[in-house]
Design a protein around this ligand. Structure first.
Ligand code: HEM
Length: 228
């Protein structure tokens, strides 16, 4: 029997897949071979553009997690936060592709980038804002329940509040691991002198790798069992 593959969805595109996924638009978002000044622009754009998509998903999951925390649905919030953390893990892994971009080829691409820097990433900015909002919603829940962050030790995984706190610690850790990986990439490809060298952007990147959105949850973990 022959299947009928003619599209049923509205919109442009030869198939329903193309219409729903908007592949014509998506695959037109990279500079064409005629436009590029260096062929590695495709690699560079694919890594950054796909990172923007994963960050868009991460920010959306964080925003929903925040709403669920405010509603007291802590286990749903935990599951959403775990998804967001996986998105950041994926963009950390995709940094591997930049291993194959040499400093010489990166320099050749740079005129095409203008003054652009990943520091201007809209996805990253959204994720920062959403993380801080989550922290505020969590603090409000703690206050509502009369629990201090320090009391979240020892970890009791049968307790939804503790499970959520664990997911928040993982989130912080995944963001930091991305930053550590990105720092290495910046040294390797950007040719920046390492942290400790005055004036190097590496100083800021190394400092940011130690940043935590939820320091009190990390502080709670530092208490030794003898304190309890
Ligand atoms: C060739 C690869 C890359 C190099 C050499 C590089 C280099 C740098 C440098 C030097 C900075 C410090 C700020 C500045 O001077 O502009 C920076 C910041 C940043 N870059 Fe990259 N980067 C690369 C790839 C990426 C990728 C794939 C992303 C993914 C979105 C990204 C996102 C960021 C972010 C978010 C910051 C702000 C720092 C932070 O919040 O930790 N970069 N990058």
């Amino acid at each position: 029997m022959k299947h009928d593959h003619s599209p049923v969805l509205p919109g442009s595109g030869a198939t329903d897949y193309a219409r729903y996924m908007r592949t014509d638009t998506l695959l037109g978002l990279q500079r064409s071979p005629g436009e590029v000044i260096h062929r590695d622009e495709l690699l560079f754009q694919v890594v950054h553009q796909s990172a923007e998509l994963w960050l868009k998903l991460a920010a959306a999951e964080l925003a929903e997690a925040t709403a669920r925390v405010a509603a007291g649905e802590l286990l749903v919030a935990e599951a959403l936060l775990v998804r967001a953390a996986l998105a950041v893990q994926l963009i950390t892994s995709e940094m591997e592709m930049l291993r194959y971009l040499s400093p010489v080829d990166f320099q050749a691409i740079q005129p095409a980038l203008g003054k652009g820097s990943g520091a201007e990433s809209p996805g990253w900015r959204q994720v920062q804002v959403a993380s801080r909002q989550l922290g505020r919603a969590f603090d409000a829940q703690l206050a509502h329940r009369g629990v201090a962050a320090a009391d979240l030790r020892p970890v009791d995984l049968s307790e939804p509040l503790h499970r959520l706190a664990e997911a928040m610690v993982e989130w912080d850790e995944r963001v930091s691991l991305w930053r550590v990986r990105h720092y290495q990439v910046a040294l390797r490809i950007g040719g920046h002198p390492p942290a400790g060298t005055p004036g190097s952007p590496a100083n800021m990147l190394a400092k940011l790798a130690g940043h935590r959105f939820f320091p009190e949850l990390w502080q709670a973990r530092t208490q030794t069992t003898t304190d309890e």
